[in-house]
Design a protein around this ligand. Structure first.
Ligand code: ZN
Length: 356
């Protein structure tokens, strides 16, 4: 509660002192990119193994409404191009009266490509005539297989309901001695794909079969992605299988980057120009590879703003955490969202560097 009150106080004083306005004026020279994952109603958010990755439709509606007033919301590729163009014009002719440029640009991005994005986020974006970028795990497109971390986490949660605990390799433990779903998933991120597969199999065996997943917990199919495209949204690649790229061999890494682009382009009949590193992890090979295979920009999970001159393959983003952007009563705070979007909140709370 202490932290919530501090945030609430910050929100009020920012409005009163005008520093929010000046932060947004400074943001006109920046590209701020917001990072969302899932949009789900409260009950489903609470049941998800990592509720921090979920924003409810009510809060998202509020976010879009606030952004509509203070920002120009664009898909990532368009945002990068627009910023470059406007800054080019500015150095050439002085900033003479581009009315649209009165507001700073913000790009909205959604990671993983869950069906919930189409079901809950798209109608809200349409209401405010906003367009966004959706990063899709191409190998799961239209399959009944959830992302590996969701399968592992659900198994651990289902076992816990049966009072059974779980160790890092999926073997049984007393519940009190077992790891949480988040801990098992975090540990498994360092596993090889084979080891991770055997972890999932062991967990499913202990449950006498794989848990069933609802439609909105799966990755969108090509038709659903085309529907988003038709509404003006951008589809980007989030690799083929959401592997941690720096752990892969050169050959596997290239496949994740090249094949995902090809699969999405085949399904959508449109060029794919944006990439998102799974888990935010990348190395020099990844940067070379995304450029080699014709992407124009790529986003990380590093926290911060970008300038027009920022390297286009290591773009920073700002993570959207519903509760941290809520006021003392737990309602979405327009001031806190604006402060987070422009980078003011990080500066006030002296948060720099990496975002989780
Ligand atoms: Zn992801």
């Amino acid at each position: 509660m202490g932290k919530a009150l501090v945030r609430s106080f910050l929100a009020q004083s920012m409005r009163l002192t005008g520093i929010l306005r000046s932060s947004e004026t400074a943001a006109k020279n920046q590209l701020n990119i917001l990072c969302y994952h899932r949009i789900l109603p409260t009950a489903q958010k609470a049941a998800y193994f990592c509720p921090d990755l979920v924003v409810t439709p009510e809060a998202f509606h509020n976010h879009c409404q606030t952004l509509a007033e203070f920002y120009r919301v664009l898909p990532l590729a368009e945002a990068v191009a627009t910023l470059q163009q406007e800054q080019g014009n500015e150095t050439g002719s002085g900033n003479n009266g581009n009315a649209a440029a009165d507001k700073p640009i913000v790009a909205l991005t959604f990671d993983d490509g869950y069906v919930d994005n189409l079901k809950y986020a798209a109608p809200i974006l349409a209401e405010f005539e906003q367009r966004a970028t959706f990063f899709v795990v191409s190998g799961l497109m239209g399959t009944s297989t959830p992302p590996w971390y969701d399968l592992v986490a659900r198994c651990v949660l289902d076992l816990a309901e049966r009072e059974e605990g779980c160790l890092a390799d999926g073997s049984p433990a007393e519940l009190a001695l077992g790891l949480s779903a988040v801990e098992v998933v975090e540990g498994a991120k360092a596993f090889s794909p084979e080891l991770r597969k055997s972890l999932a199999e062991r967990l499913c065996d202990r449950l006498d079969g794989a848990p069933q997943f609802a439609d909105e917990d799966l990755v969108m199919n090509a038709q659903q992605l085309r529907e988003l495209q038709k509404q003006g949204h951008e589809i980007g690649s989030h690799s083929v299988s959401h592997e941690i790229l720096p752990l892969l061999s050169d050959q596997d890494l290239e496949e994740e980057i090249q094949l995902s682009k090809q699969q999405l382009e085949d399904g959508l009949q449109q060029p794919i120009s944006s990439f998102c590193y799974p888990n935010g992890d990348f190395d020099d090979r990844c940067l070379e590879m995304v450029e080699k295979h014709g992407y124009d920009q790529a986003v990380t999970t590093r926290n911060g703003s970008n300038k027009a001159a920022t390297a286009p393959f290591t773009l920073k983003r700002r993570f959207i955490h519903e509760e941290r952007l809520a006021d003392g009563q737990g309602r979405p705070s327009a001031s806190l969202l604006r402060a987070q979007t422009s980078g003011l909140l990080d500066r006030l709370l002296r948060r720099g560097g990496q975002d989780a």
